[in-house]
Write a protein that binds this ligand. Sequence first.
Ligand SMILES: Cc1ncc(COP(=O)(O)O)c(C=O)c1O
Length: 433
Amino acid sequence: MFNTDWTTDAIVARRDKFYSASQRAFVPYQTPLIFKKGKGQYLWDETGKRYLDLLGMNVCISVGHSHPQVNAAVTAQIEQLPHCTTMFYHPVPAHFAEELVATMPAGHDWVVHFMNSGAEAADLALLMARSFTRNIDFLALRGGYHGATFGAQSLTGISGFRHNVPLLGGIQHVANPDAYRGVYGDSVQPYLEEIERTVSCSTTGKLAGMIIEPIQGYGGIVPMLPGYIAGAFERVRAAGGVCVIDEVQSGFGRTGSDFWAFAGHDVVPDIVIMAKGIGNGIPLAAVVAKREVAEALAHKFYFNTYGANPTACAAGRAVLQVIAEEHLQENARVVGARMLEVLQEVRHKYDVIGDVRGRGLMLAIELVKDRNTKLPATEETARVFELSREEGLVLSKSGPYRSVLRMVPPLCISLDDVEFFATSLDRCFTRLG
Ligand SMILES: Cc1ncc(COP(=O)(O)O)c(C=O)c1O
């Protein structure tokens, strides 16, 4: 086996010397945090200190770190055949496609395309929408995040992720219905009217489609207002477009009430993209689309070398099984509701918390300098974030002003963990002063 040097200085030095800036730049804490082990909802650093993982490695760990059932499925497949390129036939991805389709709204003919990342899935969704409708113009939301490839970056509505190069044309961003900070507050109608105005002023009048996260993740846990997605879908379809839902963060039972977050909005999308938690840490993503929409690509190749990789799909099958067997969607609902109560209690105690929001295990608090002006408390957020690490919590900073603390733990987090979370979070705000 290889010799792996676990000393902090060596890890930092190697990373600084050999990682490109594009890989090196994303550093959350002031000093490096090195993780050595994960089990369930817990992580251990290289010194043996335990943390409650409220980030799930960026929402990738759905059923828990190193879940034995997922590990066993992956190991069994690796031992038999780690990869089988998509032009050959293999039962595992085919089974998984069938099982994913079974999670989608009944009465529609769904098909699946597997790939490796959410950004690739966003790219394919855009391509499908444009190919199917033969329209170019596409809508996305301000505050939305869909990935780092050219296509996905062009759909993303957060400047920090948009690079200074010509991105794809034909994409217009409309106001996100953000009840706390949105330009039209919490009333749905003006946001829908903005879609209409954008279609009539900034497009050809015809749409290829629109992409929406039911709860914006990197945008700072912004749940779509009730009625918005349905109203947006209506307008997009009236302009000839297809409706794309990005479930990369919100899917697989995370919101507790529904397996797919869009289901709570009483809509049926034409395309759904999913990644992250689908593989519990094994790289995997999928586009699930209505057959007629996906058929638009029947006459050209669209080849992802590792698409439908049987090892990743074995992980995916195990994830679906574990979610069902361990009742993790229900756990997300129950434990998420208790976490939300804790966050409300903390908000009552500390004025610096301006807002508490989210659903299931997709939660956030937003810090403000003043509850009336809502001036973002970016420095205070950074301080609480550093303190939370000392208190044994792994959180995430997000939102356009880095003033949101996001919580998206593995779905197996327990009510006992919430007690530890409550005490630790309270200590962070007491220490903030
Ligand atoms: C909502 C959403 N969509 C798409 C993506 C892109 O996924 P990936 O990083 O796997 O390309 C992300 C990643 O964070 C995401 O949060």
